[in-house]
Design a protein around this ligand. Structure first.
Ligand SMILES: [Zn+2]
Length: 280
């Protein structure tokens, strides 16, 4: 029996709108409902962004607090991961929600280009975000948009700026960053294993390539992310009707490769996260 596969659902993100797909959850209530369906379909991590009343990305800690509370209530045991990504704020505002002490938070450790702008992650900001995560005992998920980010994460773990073992996500298919390319994917795995043998890894593909990257990750023994943040379509002809439908598509791939889908308790154990109080 191979290791269980952790499925993360990225429910909303900063970019998709109702015009792209009416199923994209924007209000907190919609987000909680969509997360609950995805949790029931097999997702054990919820990767969360929040939007303001106009649907624009924000880092508002009060909104993050309401979303976290709702997920904890309606999806008991699910791992809450809050985004510190750069589309929803600038500078230290990106980490303003970290005192909420979620189970996990995303952490970018280097800069790269996005489709229309530079994704700026200067060293002093990276170190500050990382130190806040250490302080609040939050496990970072390293978002690797480039090979240098993988190397930098292993350096930061070695010198204690982030807690080991690492959990590193390979993000592929972002325009102007790394393409969806299998030899590069394999090299990422090999490099991470060489530099940080105790690290776990997962992978996310953007747009139509989401399912390709899901399949590689599952087949090669990693963990994976799906959800409307990264891709709003089920296939070429159909919009995804929900986050849960994308989770189901990923769980079906796990079955194809004989990987059990990790329960929230298995995911917490693999990631070294505390078990929530009062959840059986
Ligand atoms: Zn995100």
């Amino acid at each position: 029996m191979s290791d269980p596969c952790i499925i993360c659902v990225a429910i909303t993100g900063s970019l998709p709108t109702k015009e792209n797909n009416p199923a994209v959850p924007i209000s907190i209530d919609e987000q909680i409902e969509s997360t609950q369906e995805a949790f029931e379909a097999g997702a054990s991590i919820a990767h969360c962004h929040v939007r303001d009343d106009e649907g624009r990305p924000t880092s508002d800690p009060e909104r993050f607090a309401r979303l976290k509370e709702g997920i904890e209530k309606y999806c008991p045991g699910m791992i809450v991961q809050l985004s510190t990504g750069g589309r929803s704020g600038a500078g230290q505002a990106r980490g303003g929600m970290l005192p909420l002490a979620p189970d996990m938070a995303s952490l970018s450790v280097g800069s790269n280009n996005f489709p229309t702008r530079v994704y700026e992650n200067p060293p002093d900001l990276v170190d500050w975000l990382a130190s806040e995560m250490v302080k609040h005992r939050i496990k970072p998920e390293i978002e690797a948009f480039d090979l240098s980010h993988i190397v930098q994460a292993t350096r930061m773990a070695q010198n204690g700026r982030i807690a080991a073992p690492l959990y590193v996500q390979f993000v592929m298919g972002v325009m102007n960053a790394m393409p969806v390319d299998e030899p590069i994917f394999d090299f990422y795995i090999e490099t991470l294993k060489r530099l940080a043998p105790d690290a776990l890894w997962c992978a996310a593909g953007i747009g139509a390539a989401q399912i390709t990257v899901n399949e590689w990750a599952i087949a090669k023994g990693g963990h994976t992310r799906t959800g409307l943040e990264d891709n709003v379509r089920l296939d070429r002809d159909r919009l995804a009707p929900s986050n849960a439908a994308l989770v189901k598509r990923t769980a079906d791939l796990c079955e194809k490769y004989e990987r059990p889908v990790a329960t929230w308790a298995q995911a917490r154990e693999m990631l070294g996260l505390r078990m929530p109080k009062g959840v059986a």
